[in-house]
Ligand binder design. Structure first.
Ligand code: RUB
Length: 320
């Protein structure tokens, strides 16, 4: 799919979820590289950066998006010839898509070991990585039951219960505000992540932090399933993860909102769960405590603090 269509679908959330957004973005870059008629390397770079910027501007929170684009664009920036740059986009985009799928499979394998036979699990939003763990545990023959939240305002819970139903997993569908009423019955909470900061805080769908708090109070383990490209390198420099505020019409019909001049509707799409409320992060490289986030950023994303010297952004680091 081309860059404009992909960007539109990401904005409108037809393509959503951090992993899927990242894969769609690199596929769009690969498609763009095929279509661009550039006379030379510098023209090609310019065109590719323009496309990357359009994709980067779609949604601000999921760090998988800039991380995936960085993987492809650093190949463009390092290439010595036009042909090398074109080849770099092809191989890096395909490589990212492949490793992203492998990462989810590996997370499923590792995460499912943390789900005991007979477990009741709460999940929130619609996370490919979290559901992969749950489905893998079910396929191993474990008798599990899931509680899935509705996820106001966009109701991603509907996607989750369809997937769980199709997998033949016993599932309960609850409104978001029912979490604390049921949390005492859970053995585990399993969610995904849009971003993980250097101090191990997990950014995920709005409501995740309330669930983590309820789980902490009830002494229920909170497990986050997240590929290493969900870790946010630039938080090493103190950069904050931007929490997307979406259209208020998702929350309240404009005609009602307009009739209430003293009411301001807010619609943040994500929140932060501090590391102290997260027991484990399951990555494709293994299950880690959130405090190990810096190591993941340095070892697996290849970004240490030195990466940032002479670097003003992902478009011009010139490094992998
Ligand atoms: C999706 C969401 C998911 C993470 C992880 O939010 O918060 O939990 O993106 O998903 P939205 P995955 O619906 O607003 O994109 O594991 O699939 O990457």
């Amino acid at each position: 799919m081309n860059v404009a269509d992909t960007a539109e679908k990401i904005k409108s959330m037809e393509i959503r979820g951090a992993g899927r957004i990242a894969r769609a973005a690199v596929e769009a870059l690969a498609c763009h590289a095929e279509q661009v008629r550039a006379a030379d390397l510098s023209g090609f770079r310019k065109e590719m950066h323009r496309a990357a910027d359009i994709l980067l501007a779609t949604r601000p929170t999921a760090v998988s998006l800039p991380n995936a684009i960085h993987i492809v664009m650093s190949g463009v920036d390092r290439a010595g010839t036009l042909a090398e740059a074109q080849e770099a986009v092809r191989t890096r985009a395909a490589g990212f898509a492949e490793s992203s799928k492998n990462a989810v499979n590996r997370i499923a394998e590792i995460g499912s070991r943390h789900i005991p036979d007979g477990a009741t699990i709460l999940t929130h939003c619609n996370s490919e990585a979290a559901l992969a763990c749950i489905i893998a545990a079910h396929r191993q023959g474990k008798d599990i039951e899931v509680f899935a939240t509705e996820v106001r305002p966009r109701n991603q819970g509907l996607l989750t219960i369809r997937t769980l139903n199709d997998a033949g997993i016993k599932t309960n569908f609850i409104v978001d505000s029912a979490v604390r009423s049921f949390i005492g019955r859970m053995d585990l909470v399993v969610t995904g992540a849009d971003a993980i900061t250097v101090n191990g805080a997990v950014v995920n769908k709005i409501g995740t932090s309330q669930i983590a708090l309820a789980a902490h109070e009830a002494r229920v383990n909170m497990v986050v399933a997240a590929e290493t490209y969900k870790f946010a390198p630039r938080t090493i420099l103190g950069e904050l993860i931007e929490i997307e505020e979406r259209d208020t019409a998702e929350v309240l019909a404009p005609e009602i909102a307009e009739s209430l001049p003293h009411v301001t509707v807010r619609n943040p799409a994500f929140d932060f769960t501090p590391a102290e409320y997260v027991d484990l992060i399951v990555t494709e490289e293994g299950a880690i405590p959130p405090e190990m986030a810096y190591i993941i950023i340095r070892e697996y994303l290849g970004w240490g603090i030195s990466e940032f010297h002479n670097s003003s952004g992902i478009n011009n680091t010139g490094e992998d």
